[in-house]
Design a binder for this molecule. Sequence first.
Ligand SMILES: [Ca+2]
Length: 281
Amino acid sequence: MMRLLCKAVAVVEESDLEAWLRAQCAEYAYDLGGVFRRRGDHSWPLTAGDEDELESQLATGGHLLPLPKEPAALANVLEVSIVDFVLDRLAGVVGGEGRRGTERGYPDIEVTGPAFGGGFHAVDVKIAQRKVNKTGISANTQSRITLYTGNTYFRYPQLHWPGTFRAFNDYATHLDIIGIYTLNQGSASRVDDLELIVQQPWRIASKQRSSTTREYIGAVVRIADLRAGIGEFDTPEAFYAYWRRFRFNIGRAVQNQLDKLLNGPQTPPGAVEKPPPDLPS
Ligand SMILES: [Ca+2]
């Protein structure tokens, strides 16, 4: 009995990855101040007493350029920073392991190890801007967050798709880290009031696509609902049934890849095959 109790304390429950991620994300601080430019315009040496002074000297000395404000480019910078942070935190967990996914693949981070109950867990990072109206900051995201690409690894979850570590069904858990920010046109860092939300994707799913041209599954747009995990489905089963029945386009590239996966040997789990350039990501 004693033994069993000790074991239960030492091993973090599988579902605790969600709670663990939430606790880590609460400590994430966005600290990208812009893009460093080598050439500047000031006298040497440059002396700074702390990081604020350094930043202001770099800015006035012409060394600091703003981060891109184009949403996809800025989202990518934020995603990399958040993935780095989570991987760094995972490195400090005994019996926990994290691996970075490929740029066009799913998920962004694969978590495994006895600390999280064994098995494999998919953690994906998504970024959205707060919508700004004439009246001010809206309660919604600017556009619908994409939860999954619907017509490939999600639609055929028993197959090991290129750009992924393993088949979708081989994951015990799917979790999203959603980063929501307000665009600041005037600052080099571009990002104000960044909030990180951790949710299981099905909980924040809508019945709408997130794009009119791409085969994407969309989230709800109300930020309070994203935070509370209030989507349009009552159960994961209802979510999977709806979106796996959805009439997505299966284009030529997806069809070719599907034939290949069904008829040939699949990449071993853990290894990532490079996706063909025309396969939608
Ligand atoms: Ca992502």
